[in-house]
Design a binder for this molecule. Structure first.
Ligand SMILES: C[S@@+](CC[C@H](N)C(=O)[O-])C[C@H]1O[C@@H](n2cnc3c(N)ncnc32)[C@H](O)[C@@H]1O
Length: 207
């Protein structure tokens, strides 16, 4: 093939990569701008800082989480993350990132203890059955301080609710400042289902 033919093909490949990258960046920005995501940034993070919850495990890492980490950093909340997809590693949290299943977090991070765990967008996005959700919960409890908060964000419609239903009896509703212990945002734009946050502590009795 002539050199000009090769450079034409390379040019096309480059254009396709640029297009894919721009599409991903647009999607990330659209997700970051969602009311449910803005709630995390502008309401949850300041409330966590005010409550001195400064050691966070964040489950699942995506490009649209980078601004979340920055907001945490600005309020002196240290964030570690875990994701079983090696491709997510570049979007891991600043304090440390573990490549692996959250169901193994006790083995991946045996030396760490967290006083808040954010388990958002995982039910129906990888943890898709009640038994799996319970295994994930048991693993997270291994790395949780005794009074740690567990913030579960999930999408009614994305799942039929069986996973969260398996978790609720093992948890206690918790208060974070003056925030409601559960709140739901309606489906909008790139968020095809409602997005619900529920705040808990581990276990069913006060520790
Ligand atoms: C919808 S994204 C949510 C990302 C992030 N938690 C957030 O709130 O923006 C789901 C992410 O969780 C990861 N994930 C799903 N199941 C997992 C599991 N069992 N262990 C670790 N990561 C998991 C996926 O690889 C993906 O990156």
């Amino acid at each position: 093939m002539a050199a000009s033919g090769i450079s034409q093909i390379l040019g096309r490949v480059k254009d396709v990569f640029k297009f894919v990258l721009r599409t991903k960046q647009r999607r990330s920005r659209a997700i970051e701008a969602l009311p449910s995501r803005q709630y995390m940034q502008t309401t949850l993070i300041p409330a966590l800082a005010a409550a001195e919850r400064r050691r966070m495990l964040f489950v699942g890492a995506q490009p649209y989480n980078l601004s979340f980490y920055r907001s945490c950093e600005a309020l002196k909340i240290g964030v570690w993350s875990v994701d079983y997809d090696p491709a997510s590693a570049p979007y891991g949290a600043p304090q440390g990132h573990f490549v692996g299943d959250v169901k193994q977090i006790g083995i991946l991070a045996p030396q760490l203890k967290f006083n808040v765990i954010v388990f958002n967008g995982i039910l129906g996005f990888g943890v898709n059955a009640p038994a799996d959700a319970v295994s994930a919960l048991e693993a997270m409890e291994q790395v949780a301080e005794p009074d740690a908060l567990l913030i579960i964000g999930w999408n009614p419609g994305r799942t039929d609710g069986q996973e969260i239903a398996a978790l609720r009896p093992r948890l206690t509703r918790a208060v974070l400042g003056d925030l409601p212990s559960e709140i739901e945002f309606p489906a909008i734009g790139v968020q095809r289902d409602p997005h619900r946050y529920e705040i808990f502590k581990f276990g069913t009795t006060e520790k």
